[in-house]
Design a protein around this ligand. Structure first.
Ligand code: 1HN
Length: 365
């Protein structure tokens, strides 16, 4: 150190601050953790609260250009007031009044909707219109025109999941309204289901469709049959009878950034606990049970939605000895796998399960 130019760490720190430079030696643990430490919290939203809020919005909020969708997002308390369920996933309950139209638009965020009650409503995606029934899964791949409408007197209600937080993090959002309120229907009713809905058989004159799933809608009757079939022969210790929705031509997930599951917890099932990188949003579809997340028990029944953050230890319970419980879920696993960041491990304890130390109470916190 020169005596003519005395220097100190204090002066160096100030110089770095002025120059917008930050030394690694003061931030290393913060930017390079030994393990994930997500701000996303395990959380649950009750069906009663979701339904009541959506119903009131149905009376008070009109659907106009700009708003486009009467969707109410799950705002995870760990997301700093943003309407994000996890750091990658946006999830919501959406309400469509009878005879209403949610206008056509397209965006780079990819989306799915899982129908809770279709009640005479439809979705049109790239000219292909499908009627929405309870338990149907509808895909909106990136930059595809889509609009929803109702042809009945009754309201429809469904769950939406989009990769909005990821899209915004990547500074990649684009959005465009369609010039018409509803796009023209160019396909036969349910065309993609009729062409591609028996996944192991494909129109002989066509090549496999690999850039996105050829199936626009996964009908509940098919999912239900696959669940019953699988339950009769096999199950997984951590997830019991779990099915991943796939692109029938690749076997891969329905979206590049997230994947969807339907799982059945057979009567009396208590799974083993494990944890993995990547975050998930669940909706209890039928029955009731509980998911234990990092020692806290989240009790759920049909319609409740809950979040499991990355690396949180979790296990599922269906305590009912007679009735199965069904969970629909969305996971950002494809993203982690594609980027070489997927890790998982079983929980280590004598019985492979966690000790329950707390009970989540809706409406607190
Ligand atoms: C959207 O298009 C839907 O199509 C739902 O149902 C939620 C949130 C932000 C932007 C577009 C839908 C959305 C959305």
């Amino acid at each position: 150190m020169s005596t003519t130019h005395p220097d100190s760490t204090e002066q160096l720190r100030e110089a770095m601050q002025r120059r917008r430079l930050i030394p690694l030696w003061e931030m290393e643990a913060e930017i390079m953790g030994f393990r994930p430490n997500p701000t996303t919290q395990p959380w649950l939203w009750s069906w009663d609260d979701l339904y009541d809020t959506a119903e009131r919005a149905g009376h008070l909020v009109t659907m106009e250009r700009g708003g486009d969708r009467r969707a109410i997002a799950l705002a995870n308390p760990g997301q700093g007031g943003r309407p994000y369920a996890t750091s990658t996933l946006w999830a919501a309950v959406q309400w469509l009044n009878g005879h209403e139209i949610a206008p056509a638009h397209r965006h780079t965020s990819q989306a799915i909707r899982f129908i809770i009650d279709g009640a005479g409503s439809y979705s049109t995606v790239e000219g292909d219109r499908v009627h929405l029934g309870r338990g149907d899964l509808v895909l909106t791949p990136p930059w595809t025109w889509h609009d929803h409408g109702s042809e009945s007197d009754e309201r429809a209600i469904w769950m939406d999941v989009l990769d909005i937080p990821l899209n915004n993090f990547l500074d990649a959002p684009f959005f465009e309204p369609h010039p018409e309120q509803s796009q023209e229907v160019t396909a036969a009713p349910d065309e993609s289901v009729l062409k591609y809905g028996v996944g192991q058989l494909r129109p002989a004159w066509e090549a496999p469709i690999t850039d996105r799933s050829p199936l626009q809608t996964y009908k509940w009757r098919d999912t239900q049959r696959a669940l019953a079939n699988l339950a009769s022969v096999a199950s997984d210790p951590f997830d019991d009878v779990a099915l991943e929705y796939t692109n029938p031509h690749t076997g891969g997930p329905v979206m590049k950034t997230f994947t969807c599951w339907m799982q059945q917890l057979r009567p009396g099932t208590h799974t083993l606990a494990h944890r993995h990188t990547g975050s998930s949003v669940y909706m209890a579809f039928e029955g009731h049970g509980a998911t234990i997340i990092d020692g806290t028990r989240f009790q759920w029944s049909a319609g409740d939605m809950f979040v499991i953050p990355s690396w949180a230890t979790h296990e599922h319970v269906n305590g009912d000895p007679d009735a199965p419980a069904l969970l629909f879920s969305v996971h950002d696993t494809p993203l982690l796998k594609a980027l070489g960041k997927h890790r998982s491990e079983a929980h280590e304890s004598s019985n492979g399960r966690q000790q329950v130390t707390a009970e989540f109470v809706v409406g607190e916190g």
